[in-house]
Design a protein around this ligand. Structure first.
Ligand code: ZN
Length: 104
C-alpha cells in the first residue's frame, strides 16, 4: 500500500474499531484501579471501627481467642475461626473472661 492511498472504508472501520477496543480496555482497567482504590479507602476508614456505631474497637486476646469490643455500644466482634474456639470445653470460661474485662 502506497502512502497516498486512502484506506478503504473497511480498513478505516477496522482501525476505528481497533482504537475503540483499545479505549474500552483502558477504561476497564481504569475502573478496576478505581474500584481497588475505593476498596482500600473503605478498608482504612472502617478498620477496627464498630460496624454498629462507628466508634473505635478495642482488641483483646484472652485464652487464645481474639475479640474486638466497642466501649461505646457494647458490641463484641470476632472472626469466624474464633467462634470455633468458643465451642470447646472452656468456651464459657473464655466468654465470661472477655465480658468481665470490659465490665463497667
Ligand atoms: Zn459500637
Amino acid at each position: 500500500m502506497s502512502d497516498h492511498h486512502r484506506p478503504s472504508q473497511t480498513e478505516e472501520e477496522f482501525f476505528l474499531f481497533e482504537d475503540i477496543e483499545k479505549k474500552r480496555r483502558l477504561a476497564s482497567e481504569r475502573r478496576k484501579r478505581m474500584a481497588k482504590a475505593e476498596k482500600e479507602e473503605l478498608r482504612l476508614r472502617h478498620w477496627m471501627r464498630c460496624p454498629r456505631c462507628g466508634d473505635e474497637l478495642q482488641a483483646v486476646r484472652m485464652h487464645d481467642v481474639s475479640t474486638a469490643r466497642c466501649l461505646n455500644c457494647g458490641g463484641c466482634w470476632l472472626d469466624a475461626p474464633e467462634i470455633g474456639k468458643l465451642v470447646g470445653s472452656n468456651g464459657r470460661k473464655v466468654v465470661e473472661a472477655v465480658l468481665n474485662i470490659f465490665r463497667k
